[in-house]
Design a binder for this molecule. Sequence first.
Ligand code: SAM
Ligand code: SF4
Length: 358
Amino acid sequence: MMNKVINGKVDFEQIKHLLSLQDREEISNLFAIARETRDTHIGNKVYLRGLIEYSNHCSKNCYYCGIRAGNKNAFRYEVNDNEVLEAAKFACENRYGSIVLQSGERSDKKFIAHISELIQKIHDATNNSLRITLSCGEQSEEVYRTWYELGAQRYLLRIEASNPGLYKKLHPDNKNHSYERRLEALKTLINIGYQTGTGVMIGLPFQTLDDLANDLIFIRNCGVVMIGMGPYIEHAETPLFKYRDELLPPEKRVELSLKMIAILRLLRPSINIASTTALQTLDPMGREKGLRAGANVIMPNITPVQYKKNYDLYEGKPCLNDEPSDCGSCIEKRIEMAGCEVAYGDWGDSKAYHRAGI
Ligand code: SAM
Ligand code: SF4
C-alpha cells in the first residue's frame, strides 16, 4: 500500500484507508514517508510567514467562526497602519521573507481601498523585500486584480469543505455564503496568477472520512500551490457549538489533521503545506508534529500583542501574551526539534508554482 502511494497511484479508497489507519507503527510510517517525500522534492527547509491578524471586522456569519458578524460579544478592532508597517519591518529585519495580512471579510469600498494602500505602503517600507499574502475572503475579480497588480503575490482562500452539502451545513443559506461563489473566487485567483492557497477544516461536525478523502482529491486537482488546513475547534459563541459533544476528541482531531498533511504531501510533493496554529491549539507540540508529517511552512504570529486575544476564531488560541520577538526565537527551536531548518530570508515561493502542478 505505502509503495503504491509513493508512486503517486493513490486513489480514493487508498486515501480513505490511510486516513483510517489506527496502528501506531503504520501511522508513523506514513509520516516518515511523507517527510522523506518532502525532503526529496523540496528539502527540509521551513519557510516563515509573519501573520498579521489585521482586523476582526467581518460581514459574514460562518457557523464555526468566533468573529462572525453575529457574535455581538466580539470586541472589534483594526490594526492601525503604523502598527502594520512596524510588523512588516519586524518580519523583514528577522528575515521572515513574507507576511500574511489576514482579516474578516468585507467588500465595502473603504476596506478595499485600505488594503490597496497597505500593500503599497508595506512594499515601500520594506524595499519590496517581502512577499505579501492576502487572506481577506471573497472579492470581485476586479478587486483581486487590483491587489495583485499592486504587489500582493499570494492569496489564501480556504474552501473550508469541498463537499457542497457539508459546506451548506456550515454556512447560512444565502448568496453571501455560497459554495459556488467561493469556488469561483478560488478559480479567479488562480487565473489571475496569484500563488493561490486553499484548505479545509478537519474534524467538523457532520464531516465523514469520505468527505476528507474527497477534500484531498479536490486539493490535488484544483490547481492551488499552498495549503493551510487544520483541526476545527469549537467556539462557545457560534451556532456549531451545540454539536461539541459529537466531535472527535482533540487528540484524534490532531491525528486526523496530521494524516491529512502527510497524505497530501504524497499527492502533491512540491506544494507548500502550513503547520497551522489550530494544530498547536489542540496540542502544544502540534506544529512540530505537522512538520514531522510533511509540512514545510510555519506562520509566526506578529500581530501587535494588544489585538491578538480579539482575533478569537476558536477557543484556546496559544501565545496570546507573547510579543512577536518571543514567537521568533521559540519557533526556531521548535523547527529544529522537528528535524528541519529555518529558511531565513527566503520568500519561500511554492516550488509547485514553478513546476506546473507537481
Ligand atoms: N475571512 C477570511 C476567510 O474566511 O477566508 C480569512 C480569515 S478566516 C478567520 C481564516 C480561516 O480561519 C478560515 O478560512 C477558517 O478555515 C478558519 N477558522 C475559522 N473558524 C475556525 C474554527 N472554529 N476552527 C478552526 N478554524 C477556523
Ligand atoms: Fe468571517 Fe472568515 Fe470568520 Fe467566515 S471564517 S466569519 S468570513 S472571518
